[in-house]
Design a protein around this ligand. Structure first.
Ligand code: ADP
Ligand code: MG
Length: 354
């Protein structure tokens, strides 16, 4: 008998959680305004402190709804067959495809992260994601695929087969690739919402889509926002570490192996796939958090680190001078068997004092 448990969680890695109480006390206060909804297969929550006078709440909600719809179903979705990305995925080989500025921007950033990680991050990983049952192609059963199927899918995975001509706003592919932006699009959407808020004079916010965050300014009482990192376990949510933006504008993204996975014969198969061997990641790094200016970049890097594993990730984070927080399984760790690696740049946010 196979012991198979599938863990479906739509909020793909809801690993940065809000301290709910912080906001409950502010209810009824017009100065904290909340927008909630669903996009990109997950939920979003946008908190605004000191809501600007003269801004209409309904107009704002409509504008944000439209912006997200355009980014999701209109542009990046692989679930919607008529999104821009789906059309490119169906487009013929070696033929230019006119792409929007948004799609080009995300693809260029993704290619950059692929280069600096030597292919650990690869948006052409789609065929493998589907093969392992984590994409839009529904699998009838949860089981690991055969090696020949993995090899076949691997043959279609190569970020270098995606060609971007930014000057002509055109993209093309030299091989039958399938692009999956799940590890970067949510972050990009948070960036877009943030820049819309910046444009219309909203200066104090806590934005979150599926665990990817952009935080700016302060709460209405003038205190720091307090994001929290969850203990990387699939049981009920438990806070592992809180930190503080202290008024800074920061992007935070996280990635973990404990929310979206299936188990077969005691082995956990997670939705982060190593494009170099075609298999779900399997190592001691349980969750990675990244602080950056761009949520899209933080999002992509968080996944990259999960694929690289602890040692290579520490090396890369040091090379990039990146603010990172890694939680890894450790025999000598805490009661749950975890220890953390915190880079200096991240460390400064662990205290609320300047
Ligand atoms: P979440 O979606 O919970 O934020 P991630 O940001 O780590 O989690 O994204 C995981 C998703 O990214 C997977 O579901 C898959 O679609 C895609 N993915 C998996 N492995 C890779 C990889 N090596 N490079 C790029 N994208 C990947
Ligand atoms: Mg992510």
């Amino acid at each position: 008998m196979k012991d198979i448990i599938r863990h479906h969680s739509y909020s793909i890695s809801f690993i940065v959680v809000l301290l709910g109480v912080v906001f409950l006390y502010d209810r009824g206060d017009r100065e904290v305004y909340q927008l909630n909804g669903f996009t990109m297969g997950t939920s979003y929550q946008f908190q605004i402190a000191n809501f600007p006078d003269g801004l209409d709440e309904d107009d704002l909600a409509n504008d944000i709804g439209e912006l997200l719809e355009d980014l999701d179903r209109g542009t990046f979705s692989t679930y919607a067959q008529d999104s821009e990305l789906s059309k490119f995925n169906q487009h013929s080989l070696n033929t230019p495809f006119p792409a929007s500025a948004k799609l080009i921007e995300v693809l260029l950033l993704a290619q950059q992260i692929s280069s600096l990680s030597d292919g650990a991050f690869d948006i052409t990983v789609g065929p493998l994601v589907n093969l392992w049952g984590f994409g839009p192609v529904i699998k009838m059963e949860d089981s690991s695929p055969a090696q020949n199927e993995i090899d076949e899918a691997l043959g279609r995975v190569n970020f270098r087969s995606l060609l971007i001509d930014a000057s002509k706003s055109e993209i093309s592919k030299s091989q039958d690739i399938y692009v999956d932006l799940s590890a970067i699009a949510k972050g990009y959407a948070v960036d877009e919402v943030a820049s819309h808020f910046d444009d219309i004079g909203i200066d104090n916010y806590f934005l979150e889509i599926g665990g990817e965050l952009k935080i700016k300014g302060l709460k209405s009482g003038g205190e720091s926002w307090v994001p929290a990192i969850e203990t990387p376990m699939d049981s009920e949510s438990q806070i592992y570490q809180i930190f503080f933006n202290r008024g800074d504008s920061i992007a935070v993204a996280g990635s973990g192996d404990y929310r979206n996975y299936f188990e077969e014969e005691g082995i956990r198969y997670s939705h982060e796939i190593d494009p170099r061997n075609g298999r779900p990641i399997s190592h001691t790094l349980a969750a990675s958090y990244v602080i950056d200016d761009s949520v899209a970049r933080a999002d992509a890097l968080a996944t990259t680190f999960m694929v690289l594993g602890l040692d290579q990730s520490i090396e890369l984070a040091e090379r990039l001078g990146q603010a990172v927080y890694f939680i890894y399984k450790d025999e000598n760790g805490d009661a749950n068997g975890f220890s953390a690696y915190v880079s200096d740049k991240f460390d400064q946010y662990l205290t609320n004092e300047e």
